[in-house]
Design a protein around this ligand. Structure first.
Ligand SMILES: Nc1ncnc2c1ncn2[C@@H]1O[C@H](COP(=O)(O)OP(=O)(O)OP(=O)(O)O)[C@@H](O)[C@H]1O
Ligand SMILES: [Mg+2]
Length: 396
């Protein structure tokens, strides 16, 4: 009888096992063992490949997913689940716009269908409703093993911070330009205005006995005094603090100094003031008078936002992770509409009645905070209130 010969391609020997001799059985056993080892290796390679692919996918800190033409997520990395505030196990099989952006319908400008119809990369800017983050979405065509195109790899880059910084640079450039212009104009107006005021006061002394002329002159004096105040504010706005004016400022103490200036308003408007000041707040490096002006502006605005009373909370914090001091002024006033929130820092932007506000308070504050190395932010909800947060780096 011929000895059965086993190779890797063999499926099974065509001779019943009972008819095999001992050496043939040993050979068969060896061949089977080697086949098993080979399969084991293959399984290992596949599972290593699977692990490497998953780990690579998850190592990407931006959301990446494979989405089919019906917007169903076929694969997703951990960052996708995080961006949508979901558990990774609950992401696959769901609509991408639900898990990722908290929407009921596809995101506006979603590049998925464009990629599937054109077969090349498409990009768009999307907003994640859950965290109000802005993303740049990239859709890459994903062909299956048959070469068909039914899905796309979606990659999202979080550009929220980038947009904020860009906005800040624009704001800063705008402020610098306006600062120069306003400073120049204010400087020119300051002297003649001083003359108008001085001569009005002289005339006032001369016309003691003429009540009608006196009344007119008093009006001129009032108007000129108001102009002088605005001119002074403009000069302040365009002024840049020098480093040598800076000193260590303890914000908790500074807030206590500012409050008496606004005490009248607080009492007359029936406002409850609460303090939430952290003890041992580290100092910041700034020009004390200028910083005082910032908080006075913020407190005044908060009071004006609560004409029928409300709650004013002043709080300070220290964030050791980035070594920043945070100061916030929160009110329970009417709030600021979203579309207005970027405009409030612009010079002369005001919603107050003519003669009540010049719209310079926040723009001056913005400039002062910036020149002291800080940042000012606003969070507001209509009918609930507004919180202004100012951050400064802790002094070295
Ligand atoms: N806490 C707040 N709540 C609601 N609206 C606010 C608040 N703070 C500022 N605003 C809005 O921002 C605008 C600009 O504020 P800003 O302090 O620059 O000028 P103003 O208060 O109008 O005038 P002033 O020059 O007298 O300060 C305000 O007119 C108001 O509409
Ligand atoms: Mg103001």
């Amino acid at each position: 009888m011929a000895t059965p010969h086993f190779t890797h391609e063999d499926k099974s020997p065509d001779v019943p096992l009972s008819r095999l001799s001992k050496p043939e059985l040993v050979a068969l056993h060896k061949a089977l063992l080697s086949k098993i080892r080979e399969l084991e290796n293959l399984v290992q390679v596949v599972s290593k490949g699977k692990y490497t692919w998953e780990a690579t996918f998850d190592a990407i800190t931006e959301p990446v997913m494979i989405v089919n033409k019906d917007y169903i997520v076929e694969r997703a990395n951990l960052a996708t689940a995080k961006a949508g505030g979901q558990e990774i196990t609950k992401v696959v099989g769901k609509k991408c716009f639900t898990v990722f952006a908290g929407r009921e319908t596809p995101c506006e400008h979603c590049p998925l269908q464009k990629t599937l119809s054109k077969g090349n990369l498409a990009q768009a800017r999307l907003t994640n409703k859950i965290y109000s983050n802005d993303f740049e979405a990239h859709a890459y065509p994903f062909h299956n093993e048959k070469g068909e195109l039914h899905s796309a790899v979606m990659y999202y880059r979080n550009i929220t911070e980038e947009l904020r910084l860009r906005q800040e640079v624009i704001q800063q450039e705008k402020m610098a330009a306006i600062g120069m212009l306003a400073g120049g104009v204010a400087h020119e107006i300051n002297n003649p205005l001083g003359g108008v005021l001085a001569f009005t006061q002289l005339l006032l002394r001369k016309v003691q006995k003429d009540p009608e002329t006196r009344e007119d002159l008093v009006e001129i004096e009032k108007a000129a005094t108001r102009c002088k105040k605005i001119v002074q504010e403009l000069l302040d706005f365009s002024r840049v603090s020098k480093d040598r004016e800076k000193s260590l400022v303890y914000i908790n103490e500074l807030l206590e100094k500012v409050l008496p200036f606004i005490q009248m308003e607080i009492r007359s408007l029936n406002i409850d003031v609460h303090f939430d000041l952290v003890k041992d707040l580290p100092p910041v490096m700034a020009v004390p008078n200028r910083l005082q002006q910032v908080f006075l502006n913020l407190l005044t605005n908060a009071c004006h936002a609560m004409p029928h009373g409300g709650k004013l909370v002043l709080s300070t914090r220290h964030n050791p992770s980035n070594n920043e001091v945070l100061v916030s002024v929160a009110d329970t006033g009417g709030g600021i509409p979203k579309e207005m929130q970027t405009r409030i820092f612009e010079p002369f932007f005001t919603t107050k009645d003519p003669g009540k506000g010049t719209g310079l308070g926040l723009s001056i504050s913005y400039r002062i905070v910036k020149e002291n190395g800080g940042r000012i932010e606003v969070a507001s909800e209509i009918k609930k209130g507004t919180t202004f947060t100012v951050r400064f780096p802790v002094a070295n």
